[in-house]
Design a protein around this ligand. Structure first.
Ligand code: GAP
Length: 493
């Protein structure tokens, strides 16, 4: 996110981004004409393209470029016992606390984490460490009264009421449930999956056997997940319906920490390759581990509201497969031909939230700056997406709507659209058309003018520098191809 110069729009940068996302067809509140549905969003004409590009690049780097990772697409509805075996029915809870004066509800662990962050920022590293350790212990032992006492002891107040008039801490299960079939009985209860990972675990045997896979190997999946988030805020950061891109990597027990480190490095490199600046990214080691993990780190991005998680890398041991073996009574072990030993594989998972990657990409791209035009200083807003992520790759314009220029431009458009998402526009003055494309992040605009008819060249304008160059018609396709290639980036991961 770049915001330079006087007269920049934001007092709250997130507000500008949310408004921009709506005005230019990226993200709309769901059911808006009915006043919306809290923490649910729709992706518009440009948003869906950006989202698809993120998915495509994740899939390519995971499945296409790793010869030991394959994909799967499992159903959202699954047998309800799966969620018992996975621990989600009993343990997928958030500790909630209410402030009696403001009537606002908070996640108790998040209140304490914000305090830890405050202490760190003030240079009180020891105090922060001690608090993190106390919090970890209390949450681990589910000592909810202790968590409340710690909040009060730390003098944490509700940001709205300014008081510490807190209720007790309660656990709240985040899974949505519904009923399958026409009769609502408890035995027909099914859940909307809160993570895509379980669809991978329960297909592990199918894929290992039908694909004759040898350990180590991974299974990747992109799909919807649902969580009844209590504190839903920060736009598409925390939603009730969202999309995950997860990969479970099955390894020999005892090797999981090496793979955990390796995947941490690989995933961080991927985010940097996607155009995110290195200093806006960091790892955050979990103090409190999820019920299935023996090590976990988050990749965090510096959003306008601070460093927050975009992806989790978890060492999940054999927790899930072992439990599925126990609950399903189907043998899930692997005979390792190298060691001649049978075991239940350990799992290292990478779990990215697609909507959070989308928001990170948008924040990183949103640029508001001053440009000099002779004596004039103008404000300019544009989206600086890497070309391979931009919703539209190229816009093709005839300079005017006559003299055969539209036909010429349409030919270029019809040729390029076979390989890329390209737009054609002939309305409005050329400057306005450039601005419109800048606002949605189109990296290249091709303009056909009268000179094109004379010498077969067109103008290509580059979004960030606004520089223009003339290119011969027969070079356009290779020019665009080279500019849009993700080959060099993905090579570095
Ligand atoms: N399978 C492991 C798992 O689901 P998680 O840390 O709970 O781990 C993984 O979630 C990722 O899913 C997070 O890093 C985040 O990007 C995304 N995510 C989780 N809850 C979300 C929500 N309510 N809205 C949007 N994204 C969410």
């Amino acid at each position: 996110m770049t915001n330079s110069g006087k007269g920049a729009k934001d007092t709250d940068p997130l507000k500008n981004i949310v408004a921009h996302a709506k005005e230019y067809g990226f993200v709309f509140p769901s059911s808006e004409i009915y006043d919306g549905l809290q923490a649910v969003y729709d992706y518009g004409q440009n948003g869906v393209e950006l989202k698809n590009n993120l998915k495509r690049l994740w899939w390519k780097s995971m499945v296409q470029l790793n010869d030991n990772v394959v994909g799967v697409d499992s159903a959202i509805f699954m047998h309800p016992t799966i969620w018992k075996a996975s621990g989600h029915v009993d343990s997928f809870n958030d500790p909630m606390i209410d402030n009696r004066d403001s009537k606002k509800r908070y996640r108790a662990d998040e209140l304490l984490e914000a305090r830890i962050e405050e202490l760190r920022d003030a240079g009180n590293e020891n105090e922060a460490g001690e608090l993190a350790a106390s919090m970890g212990k209390l949450l681990e032992s589910e000592d909810l009264e202790g968590v409340r006492d710690l909040i009060i002891e730390q003098g944490i107040v509700c940001p709205l009421s300014g008081t510490s008039n807190w209720t007790e801490v309660r656990q709240f299960n985040l899974m949505f449930s519904t009923h399958m079939g026409s009769v609502s009985e408890d035995s027909d209860k099914v859940y909307l999956r809160p993570e895509t990972a379980q669809g991978i675990f329960v297909n592990y045997l199918n894929i290992q056997k039908s694909g004759r896979k040898k350990i180590p190997f991974g299974i990747a999946q992109i799909g919807k997940a649902f969580r009844n988030e209590i504190v839903a805020r920060q736009f598409i950061f925390r939603m009730r319906e969202f999309e995950q891109m997860e990969m479970q990597f099955f390894v020999r027990p005892g090797t999981e920490m090496d793979w955990y480190e390796a995947w941490m490095e690989k995933r961080m490199n991927w985010h940097v390759a996607m155009g995110i600046s290195k200093d806006a990214l960091r790892f955050h080691k979990h103090e409190k581990l999820a019920h299935y993990a023996n090590a976990a780190s988050d990749v965090e991005y510096n959003f306008p509201f601070g460093f927050k998680e975009v992806e989790g890398i978890h060492s999940r041991t054999d927790f899930d497969l072992k439990n599925h073996q126990e609950y399903s009574r189907k043998k899930i072990s692997y005979h390792d031909p190298e060691t001649n030993v049978s075991y239940i594989p350990y799992v290292v998972e990478t779990s990215a939230g697609l909507d959070r990657l989308f928001l990170m990409t948008l924040c990183e791209a949103y640029t508001h700056e001053e440009v000099r035009d002779g004596d004039n200083v103008k404000q300019r807003t544009y989206l600086k997406f890497p070309a391979f992520l931009a919703p539209n790759k190229v816009a093709v314009f005839p300079l005017v709507k006559k003299d055969g220029l539209p036909e010429y431009a349409r030919n270029i458009f019809n040729d390029l659209k076979m390989d890329h998402q390209v737009v054609y526009e002939e309305q409005a003055a050329i400057g306005k058309r450039y601005t419109r494309q800048d606002l949605i992040g189109t990296p290249y605009c091709i303009t056909v003018d009268h000179e094109s008819l004379e010498n077969g060249t067109v103008t290509v304008r580059e979004r960030d520098s606004m520089a223009q160059e003339r290119i011969a018609l027969d070079k356009i396709r290779s020019y665009v191809e080279e500019k849009l290639s993700d080959r060099n980036l993905l090579n570095k991961i």
